[in-house]
Design a protein around this ligand. Structure first.
Ligand code: SIN
Length: 337
C-alpha cells in the first residue's frame, strides 16, 4: 500500500466578512467584505499549524461578498474541493466564506461531494479590522474540526458550534453566534481545541456528503444552470409572478409555503398552470424551524424538509442532472408528476 507522506489541511478562501476590512479602525459595520487574502488570514492566527497537525495549504478560490455568490464560483469551489478530496494526503478542507449565503454553499457541497473527510465552512460576523474580530477563533476552530479524525461531511463551524449542512441557517444579522440548526440542534462544539460531539458520538453516515449529484462535478461550469426561482405564499398572493416567470421560460419554481406547506389559493392555481406548462414545482415551508410533513394526497411534492433556498439548490441540480442526461444520478427529491 502506498504510504501517505504528508497530512494536509487545505484552506480555500472565498472572501466574506472574515476577510473584510474597514477604513475606520475598530468598526463592526460599514466595512468591505472580501479584502484580505487567505494567506494573510492564516498568518494572523497563532497555533493554526499545531491545530492542523500537519501542513496548511491555502488557496484563493474567490474574493467577494457572498451576497454576490454566482454559479461560476460554486462550480470552481466544488471542483477544487473534489480535487483536494481525491488527494489521500488531505485530511480535511476549510472554506472561509461570507456568512450571508454560507448555508447555500454548504448544502450545494453536501449534495455534490463525496465528503468522507470533513469539509468545514466558516466565516465571521465582524471584519478582520474590528476591535475584537471573531474570524481568527472561528478559523482556528474550523481547522481543529477539519483535522479531527472523527469528523466527516460538509460542516459549518461558527461561534464554537458545529452545524450540519441540512439544518444550518443564518438566523441573526449581527450576533456573533448568527447560525443555528433549529430544533435539530448543533452536531457538536469545539471547545479549547477539542471537538465534542452532541450525545458524545460523531455524526453518522447521514451527515457525510450524500453526493446525490457527484456525477455533475466534472461538468459544472460547462453545462448551463437552469433557472429556478423562489416565490413566497403570503397574504394577498395573486400568482401573477408565477405566470410571468413561466412566460420568461423558468425551469423550476420553489414555493415558500406557509406552515406545513399551505399555499394561497391564487398562488396554487398559478403553480398548477406552471406545472402543466412543464415547470418543475417544489414546496418548502417558510417556517424557520422543524420539517414539513408530507400529507397524503397533497398535490405538490414537498422539498424533503429543506428551507426554500436549499430546496432551490436541490432543484437546480436535479434539473441539471436531467438535462445532462444523467438520469441515473440519484436525486434527493422525487420528480413532480
Ligand atoms: C458576506 O456574506 O460576504 C458578508 C457578510 C458576512 O460575511 O457576514
Amino acid at each position: 500500500m502506498q504510504e501517505v507522506a504528508q497530512r494536509k489541511i487545505v484552506v480555500l478562501g472565498t472572501g466574506g466578512t472574515i476577510a473584510g476590512s474597514s477604513p475606520v479602525r475598530g468598526a463592526n459595520v460599514g466595512y468591505v467584505a472580501g479584502q484580505i487574502g487567505v494567506d494573510e488570514l492564516l498568518a494572523a492566527v497563532p497555533g493554526l499549524a499545531q491545530a492542523a497537525g500537519g501542513t496548511l495549504v491555502a488557496e484563493q478560490v474567490a474574493q467577494f461578498d457572498s451576497k454576490d455568490m454566482d454559479f461560476a464560483t460554486w462550480a470552481r469551489l466544488a471542483q477544487r474541493c473534489a480535487a483536494h478530496l481525491a488527494d489521500p494526503a488531505v485530511a480535511g478542507i476549510v472554506i472561509t466564506h461570507g456568512t450571508d449565503t454560507l448555508e447555500e454553499t454548504a448544502w450545494l457541497l453536501h449534495t455534490l461531494l463525496d465528503a468522507s473527510r470533513p469539509v468545514v465552512l466558516t466565516g465571521a460576523m465582524r471584519p478582520a479590522t474590528a476591535l475584537s474580530p471573531d474570524g481568527p477563533q472561528n478559523l482556528l476552530d474550523a481547522v481543529t474540526l477539519a483535522a479531527d479524525s472523527t469528523a466527516r461531511g460538509v460542516l459549518v463551524m461558527v461561534a464554537g458550534a458545529v452545524h450540519g449542512a441540512r439544518d444550518v441557517r443564518k438566523v441573526h444579522p449581527l450576533r456573533l453566534d448568527a447560525f443555528d440548526s433549529g430544533d435539530a440542534g448543533p452536531l457538536g462544539w469545539v471547545e479549547a481545541g477539542q471537538v465534542r460531539w452532541a450525545h458524545d458520538r460523531p455524526p453518522g453516515a447521514a451527515w457525510a456528503g450524500q453526493a446525490a449529484h457527484a456525477a455533475l462535478v466534472p461538468v459544472l461550469g460547462r453545462l448551463p444552470w437552469p433557472r429556478v426561482e423562489i416565490v413566497m405564499s403570503h397574504a394577498g398572493s395573486d400568482g401573477a409572478l408565477v405566470d410571468w416567470l413561466v412566460e420568461k421560460g423558468v425551469h423550476g419554481i420553489v414555493a415558500a409555503a406557509t406552515g406545513n406547506g399551505s399555499l394561497h389559493r391564487a398562488l396554487e392555481a398559478a403553480l398548477a398552470r406552471a406545472a402543466h406548462a412543464g415547470v418543475r414545482v417544489r414546496v418548502a415551508s417558510r417556517c424557520p424551524q422543524g420539517r414539513m410533513l408530507e400529507l397524503a394526497g397533497a398535490p405538490w411534492r414537498h422539498a424533503a424538509g429543506l428551507s426554500p433556498v436549499k430546496a432551490r439548490i436541490s432543484l437546480l441540480l436535479e434539473l441539471m442532472a436531467d438535462s445532462a442526461g444523467a438520469n441515473r444520478v440519484k436525486s434527493g427529491l422525487e420528480p413532480f408528476e
